[in-house]
Design a protein around this ligand. Structure first.
Ligand SMILES: *Cc1c(COP(=O)(O)O)cnc(C)c1O
Length: 431
């Protein structure tokens, strides 16, 4: 097993048998800044996904419509802009396992977290806590703290940060459930990452949602690292709301537009507090320009502005790619790819100086392995990986290196390269 995992030809054989191998040709793969190969082995798709080749012509098409039609592009042209966001509804719904009316693509992720909390964080003196993970992405931490403060509560008291057990590196689902059972009567909102950005852990969204709701809390999920990474069933799992960005696994470009999900049971609830804009109102009467919003029974009712079409075109193109392959096939390849990366890391015996902190159970992780390094800074490791080996990885200082094999474009050979390069960097670290 060890010898096989370290065999470069074995990696190439796995690629030759991979049914999704031609997807890679649909992407621009950056050149390698160093090492033996001309292309980079790109493992930073959990931070910024690679650019699909179809995006440039799709954006150029919108620019051409604008040049040719001016304002009439709203109603004419290939994909008239007034209704453009509706083209994203169905593919976005399939991606997260939602009904079409439950999703909308708009804004950026942190903005959507706030818009969702306007409606779904409704604290009272008895029940105002917000539960997050201790390793929550900083933007989520800042967002929930600012929401608690906005409502007049002390964020240090209101925000409960869930920590792994002593000596462990990820949460246990049963511990999250136990915490909700124990403290649930003071919890107003649970906001967790479906896949944690740091450890790569995939939480049991369905079970935790059930426990949170049973405790009387509203349960929201940040799917930044889950959308396009793992299959999701937000509707069936009964999730109250969710939000995600589209520039990580969804390859829609730096800072690209985000998504939001609101469960059907909330869509016609006129008592929810909400901020409104002209894109919140009923589209059939929008251009009568009346003084009062006519609410719609869909997630569109959380929209504010007319969407930035040049930013939305890449999201639509990317969603079409996910639709064409399907999350089931992507997840199947992803699990094989990540397990293979793990086996080469294990076999290349970098030893205790490089420890995988992501759960070892493939059901409890997405397309990411986080490696804790010692005696060398994580940033030095990723520098040497990139310049010495053409491997793009991501450093979370001081000591975590994240490697994300994305099934859309990464190969088994990329995994072999990344793991053997890491072993080399680690064994040379003293020098
Ligand atoms: C990437 C990421 C963000 C980034 O937020 P933006 O508003 O898109 O800048 C926020 N939260 C999580 C969990 C993330 O992974």
């Amino acid at each position: 097993m060890t010898a096989l995992a370290l065999d470069e030809k074995h990696a190439s054989d796995l690629d030759a048998r991979d049914e999704l191998r031609t997807l890679r040709e649909q992407f621009h793969i950056p050149p390698a800044p160093g090492g033996r190969y001309s292309d980079a082995a790109y493992f930073a798709g959990n931070s910024l996904g690679l650019q699909p080749k179809v995006i440039a012509p799709r954006v150029a098409g919108e620019l051409a419509d604008w040049a040719r039609l001016g304002v009439e592009g709203h109603l004419e042209g290939n994909r008239p802009w007034v209704a453009y966001h509706e083209l994203l509804r169905e593919p976005a719904a399939r991606l997260v396992g939602a009904q079409p009316a439950e999703v909308v693509v708009m804004n950026s992720l942190t903005v959507n977290l706030h818009l969702m909390m306007v409606s779904f964080y409704r604290p009272t003196p008895e029940r105002h806590a917000i539960v997050i993970e201790d390793t929550a992405f900083p933007s989520d931490s800042y967002a929930v703290r600012s929401q608690a403060a906005f409502h007049g509560y002390d964020p240090d008291e209101a925000v409960i940060r869930l920590r792994p057990r002593e000596g462990e590196t990820s949460l246990r689902n049963e511990d999250v459930v136990a915490a909700l059972e124990r403290d649930g009567d003071r919890v107003a909102l649970v906001l967790l990452g479906g896949v944690n950005y740091y450890s790569g852990e995939l939480l049991d969204i369905e079970t935790i949602t059930r426990a949170g709701r049973a405790a009387g809390a509203v349960v929201g999920w940040d799917l930044a690292h889950a959308a396009g990474n793992v299959p999701l069933q937000m509707h069936d799992w009964g999730v109250d709301w969710a939000a995600w960005c589209s520039y990580k696994y969804l390859n829609s470009g730096p800072g690209s537009l985000a998504g939001a999900f609101v469960h059907e049971r909330h869509l016609a609830d006129r008592t929810l507090p909400k901020f409104a804009g002209w894109w919140s109102t009923e589209p059939a009467t929008r251009f009568r320009m009346g003084p009062v919003v006519e609410e719609v029974d869909s997630a569109d009712s959380w929209q504010l502005s007319n969407p930035p079409i040049l930013a939305m075109a890449p999201v639509l193109a990317s969603l079409e790619m996910f639709d064409a392959v399907g999350m089931a096939a992507l997840r199947a390849k992803s699990m094989r790819l990540t397990a293979y990366l793990e086996s080469v890391l294990d076999a290349s015996s970098v030893g205790p100086a490089a420890q995988i902190i992501t759960p070892r159970d493939p059901q409890r992780r997405g397309a990411q392995l986080s490696v804790r390094v010692s005696d060398i800074a994580a940033g030095t490791v990723t520098e040497r990986l990139r310049h010495g080996h053409g491997v793009f990885a991501d450093a979370r200082q001081p000591d975590v290196v994240r490697l994300a094999p994305a099934p859309m474009y990464n190969t088994f050979h990329d995994c072999w390269r990344a793991a053997t390069a890491l072993a080399e960097v680690m064994s040379d670290r003293a020098g």
